[in-house]
Design a protein around this ligand. Structure first.
Ligand code: PGA
Length: 277
């Protein structure tokens, strides 16, 4: 088999994975500023840009604004934008003061949920085992979970990147058959040292970790590996989105700070390749 044929074969797998861009607005904005931002993003994406028409575009506002944005989206029946949450608890209901359940997210029209974001792991001490429980209850509630994994600067400096990521993956997918949840779930590689710092992994660096993650999935579930979407996050902006997306194993982008600017975010969405899926 020629190298060219091999490359085309691998590329066609990339083309079959629907690209995905997720805006993570974190704990920013007000009802007014976020509805303006949402309106601008939805209007620009709906008005133009055929290249984004095949991509999944997901907005994750703070919990308290999900409902009003969901109503707004329903009024724009032709919008392809989906809503996501930045977190959730693992139980469907009960005495868990202050928490939000997967069923509540579904009720509000959410499709996606971010889990295990490094800010949750760091500031709220979320453990791998809690994140694994959340993952499975999101999946069981028919939400699309997005598992965030990534190493800190210290771990990177100590050469522990692969081990840290492998441990984070194992915690969620080690149990028999749990890997099947990647039929719908996504993985996001977000090096902690790149989040909100302006530092980005180079496209080559990011690609090598993404290839490692895909290979890890392949060991566990050969038939799923080529279909699993793996996103990159960490100081993504319009200026670096295209070079990141040109990598074979990068299927989309998880965008924090730059998603708070409508024009910047729409530009990022515009570099999504058309998918054949
Ligand atoms: P950033 O955040 O784009 O501001 O680095 C990304 C994230 O935290 O998901």
């Amino acid at each position: 088999m020629s190298n060219l044929f091999l490359a085309q074969g691998v590329n066609s797998f990339k083309n079959s994975r629907v690209p995905c861009v997720i805006a993570n607005w974190k704990m920013n904005g007000t009802k007014q500023t976020l509805s303006n931002l949402f309106n601008s993003i939805v209007s620009s994406l709906t008005a133009n840009n055929s290249s984004t028409s095949s991509a999944d575009i997901v907005i994750c506002p703070p919990f308290v604004y999900l409902d009003s944005l969901s109503v707004f989206l329903k009024e724009r029946a032709n919008s392809k934008i989906k809503l996501g949450a930045q977190n959730m608890y693992c139980a469907n209901e009960g005495a868990f003061t202050g928490e939000i359940s997967p069923l509540m997210l579904k009720d509000l029209g959410c499709t996606y949920v971010l889990l295990g974001h490094s800010e949750r792991r760091l500031h709220f001490k979320e453990s791998d085992s809690l994140i694994a429980k959340k993952w499975h209850s999101a999946y069981n509630a028919s939400l699309i979970p997005v598992l965030c994994v990534g190493e800190t600067r210290e771990q990177r400096d100590q050469g522990l990147t692969m081990k840290v990521i492998e441990d984070q993956l194992k915690a969620v997918f080690e149990a028999p058959s749990s890997i099947d949840t990647l039929k719908t779930g996504l993985i996001a590689y977000e090096p902690v040292w790149a989040i909100g710092t302006g530092l980005t992994a180079t496209p080559d660096e990011a690609e090598s970790i993404h290839a490692f993650i895909r290979d890890w999935v392949k060991q566990k579930a050969p038939s799923l590996a080529n279909h699993t979407r793996i996103l990159y996050g960490g100081s993504v902006k319009a200026a670096n989105a295209k070079s990141l997306m040109s990598q074979l194993n990068i299927d989309g982008l998880l965008v924090g700070g730059a998603s708070l600017n409508a024009q910047e975010f729409v530009e990022i969405c515009s570099v999504m390749p058309a998918s054949a899926a």
